[in-house]
Every structure is written in C-alpha cells, then in structure tokens.
Unconditional design. Structure first.
Length: 171
C-alpha cells in the first residue's frame, strides 16, 4: 500500500511540475527515453478502444526545421532534438483520443526530466503539408506536434488556483 501511495504522490508532483518548454539544450534525447514517451502515449484512454493514433518521431535537424517553418506557433521545433508528430485515423473521437495521447506524452516527458511543448495541428492550414512531409497516408489527421528535449529553462507561469476553477454541484 505504501508504494502505491508513493507512486500516486510522484504522479501528482509530475503533473504539478509539468510546463511547456520551448527552449532546449543542444543535447540528444536517448532512444530509450523516446520509446518511453511513445509507450506512455499509446496507453492513453480511447473511445471504444479504437486507438486511432500513429506517431512519427522526427530527429533529423533538416526535417525539424521544415516542420517548424510550416507552423504558425511552433518555430522552436527547429531547435528541439525531437518532435513527435501525432496523427489519427478519422474516427468520431479522434481529437479527444489523440489529445489524451498527447497529454500522456507530455507527462512522460516531465517524468523523465525532459521538456516538451504541444503545438496544435488539428484544423491548422499547414496540416496537410505536415502529413505529406512525414510521409503519412493522406487520410490521416494531424492532431499535434510535440517538441521534446532537455530543457534550457523551465518557465513558471502562474496557474489559476483551485478556488478559481472549482464549482460544486452548479456553476
């Protein structure tokens, strides 16, 4: 029982500490760490257990720069050692499923002392270009791009308090 409580507390600490990191050290991320990210993402909850996700891991600096250039708010991808591109088959709940997978990936990064930042993909004008650049089948939907690396800095933006966001029974 004590180990379960310790695991729960460590999980809650990881959730509380996770931040969007956009500046990375010039240091590679190990293959083992990347595999743990994808493993965590694939274990996310999914409607009707469809698991519609597909992940493309990009580490090639030229490809990272190309991805960054296509985005409107992800120029920092060019300086990240890794970008995980999250695609989905077109299912009814593709966005919810792959958003959950992306969240799992972000938490797995934080648990490994890696920094990461989610860049939107769904419904973006560049989505089809990224599908093509990654060599994904054209029917897949781009959900997110996640830059990952060893953080150069960890921002600490203010978060709303629980009292500001919690409503019991009614709003």
């Amino acid at each position: 029982m004590a180990s379960q409580k310790g695991l729960m507390m460590e999980t809650l600490r990881t959730i509380a500490a996770r931040r969007s990191v956009r500046r990375f050290k010039n240091q590679p991320v190990s293959r083992e760490a990347i595999l743990r990210l994808i493993d965590a993402a694939r274990l996310a909850p999914t409607a009707r257990n469809l698991q519609p996700w597909e992940f493309v891991v990009v580490t090639n600096p030229n490809r990272l720069r190309q991805l960054a250039a296509l985005t409107d708010h992800g120029k920092f991808i060019a300086d990240a050692p890794v970008c995980v591109v999250v695609f989905s088959r077109d299912t009814k709940y593709y966005l919810e499923d792959c958003s959950a997978a992306t969240s799992h990936l972000l938490l797995a990064a934080a648990a490994q002392d890696l920094g990461a930042c989610w860049v939107a993909g769904d419904k973006k004008p560049y989505a089809s270009q990224i599908v093509s650049l990654c060599g994904a089948p054209p029917e897949l939907k781009l959900v997110s791009l996640v830059a990952v690396g060893h953080p150069e800095e960890i921002p600490s933006p203010a978060k709303r308090t629980i009292e500001d966001v919690l409503h019991w029974e009614t709003f």
